[in-house]
Design a protein around this ligand. Structure first.
Ligand SMILES: Nc1nc2c(ncn2[C@@H]2O[C@H](COP(=O)(O)OP(=O)(O)OP(=O)(O)O)[C@@H](O)[C@H]2O)c(=O)[nH]1
Ligand SMILES: [Mg+2]
Length: 475
């Protein structure tokens, strides 16, 4: 992620907010409030079906067991995890009320309001992992638990339209599913204000994928293959699908694995696999492995971790931890999240800031000055990418399969001028100029008869982009 000090979008927005504050009156306060968005990391919301493994993954990403994952207990409030000291929490009511709460070490947060009156809980904890991204855990989507569904919807969808006090203000989503996502899940996702660029698919529970630990195929390899297929099928929804065993990642990343557990697991090395699983299926006392230890191994490692990790466990907890980390898929997820999803989440965050300015211009007596300021901000060269992103977002809603939508996405994902016009990154400069001019002519042609206001705006942006590319000297 780009450091805010050198990120030109960040710098431009910061200057804009200073200008806003200098307009005087209560605008300094407004500038400060909007500045809080600018100075906090982009926010990634984790969504998915009930028991998909969301909280487990949140713990693995944070590196501490802070989110509730008890097998019988579902997450029932939306919780925002952000870096900060001291460790504390604040409940935000659906009426906008904020109630601070102390948090005891490793203690559950006791909620001061009924869950139906809670918009979300803000939870601060000192964590380097939360510096680049704030993570938001949500109650699982399910037709069976309407109350939980409502909480997630309110915080992620409805909050955007209404007072915003009930909204957690997310910039990107991690969408968790096992096997294939169901229709109601993809429908829910399509209602979120995200794009495929700001939505990362995660195939969860990869360690029990397909036939599971005893199947003919390795479930992790099978899940990887399936994730690739799903990414193709879901390309209208997600940027990629990453397979993950949240359980193995959580155990290896939160200090849950102890030398004691590794030694217990090592005692099973060499036993036939069926014998091992039979032992875990029964409640019989066993001299080699007492019942409480068996339960602990199962809840920390799962069947796959037990069967395939027991030989490795003979080398000790550190070796087992390394193996769990490597097999879990957490590194790939982390990389995609911070290198790709976060990049677009930053654009979404800039969009949220501009939207707040627009909203302020709508209600404030100094509306003309604020409007001029916002327009001036949008016209600055570093903000061009944000405009492209906003147009892309609008086009996805209006006409996702239009050629214009595709061109906007190409520009957003390009890493070179050549890429922006759909050419290979190493295409020669004259070819880039020629293609930009060809696209410019096409955009002119198309702007004579557009289908919507969104397309009008998008074409203005495309014309600006191609005009610049068509005049430049490209190496
Ligand atoms: N084998 C296996 N089990 C997992 C994995 N991830 C989560 N689980 C188990 O699945 C159960 C539910 O996990 P949670 O992380 O609480 O799921 P959730 O999506 O947060 O659930 P809700 O908040 O109730 O919607 C727990 O018992 C986890 O230990 C995984 O990758 N592999
Ligand atoms: Mg949960």
């Amino acid at each position: 992620m780009t450091h805010p000090d050198v990120d030109p979008i960040h710098r431009t927005l910061d200057q804009g907010l200073h200008q806003l504050a200098s307009l005087g009156g209560d605008l300094a306060e407004h500038a400060n409030a909007i500045g809080t968005i600018l100075w906090s990391p982009p926010r990634v919301v984790i969504v998915g079906r009930l028991k998909a493994g969301k909280s487990t993954l949140v713990n693995a990403l944070i590196g501490a067991p802070v989110a509730e994952t008890a097998a019988l207990e579902a997450t029932n409030v939306v919780t925002v995890y952000q870096d900060g000291s001291p460790s504390r929490a604040e409940v935000v009511g659906t009426d906008g009320r904020r109630i601070p709460m102390a948090v005891q070490h490793n203690d559950r947060v006791r909620l001061p309001l009924p869950t139906s009156d809670i918009a979300f809980v803000s939870r601060w904890l000192p964590s380097a992992a939360l510096r680049p991204l704030t993570l938001i855990d949500t109650p699982g989507l399910s037709t069976l638990t309407v109350a939980n569904d409502t909480a997630t919807r309110r915080a992620t969808i409805d909050g955007f339209d209404q007072t915003r006090s009930a909204s957690v203000g997310a910039d990107a989503a991690v969408f968790l599913f096992d096997a294939a996502p169901r229709r109601d899940e993809t429908e829910f996702l399509s209602q979120l204000p995200f794009t495929p660029l700001t939505t990362l698919g995660v195939l969860s529970r990869a360690d029990s994928f397909g036939e599971g630990a005893l199947g003919r195929r390795d479930p992790l390899a099978h899940a990887t293959e399936h994730a690739g297929r799903l990414a193709g099928q879901l390309s209208d929804t997600v940027s990629a699908v990453v397979p993950i065993s949240g359980l193995m990642a959580q155990t290896s990343h939160t200090g849950m694995l102890t030398e004691h557990l590794a030694a217990a697991l090592a005692r099973l090395a060499g036993r036939p696999p069926l014998d091992v699983l039979r032992l875990f299926d029964s409640d019989d006392p066993d001299d080699v492995l007492p019942l409480p230890l068996r339960d602990q191994l199962l809840s920390h490692l799962g069947e796959y971790g037990i069967l395939h990790g027991r030989q490795i466990a003979t080398g000790g907890a550190a070796a087992l931890n390394r193996w769990l980390t490597e097999r879990s898929g957490i590194a790939a997820l982390h990389h995609t999240l911070t290198a790709s999803t976060a990049r677009y989440a930053l654009l979404h965050r800039a969009h949220r800031i501009l939207a707040r300015l627009d909203q302020l211009a709508y209600i404030h007596p100094a509306r003309d000055q604020i409007r001029t300021l916002a327009a001036g901000l949008r016209a600055q060269p570093p903000m061009h990418r944000v405009t492209v992103f906003e147009d892309y977002q609008r086009m996805l809603r209006t006409d996702p399969h239009a050629a214009v939508t595709d061109e906007l996405r190409t520009i957003l994902t390009a890493i070179s001028p050549a890429g922006s016009v759909g050419l290979p990154d190493d295409a020669p400069g004259h070819a880039v100029v020629a293609e930009a001019q060809r696209r410019l002519a096409m955009a002119h042609q198309r702007s004579l008869a557009t289908g919507s206001a969104a397309e009008d705006a998008a074409l203005v942006t495309l014309l600006r982009t191609y005009t610049a590319l068509g005049h430049q000297q490209h190496p």
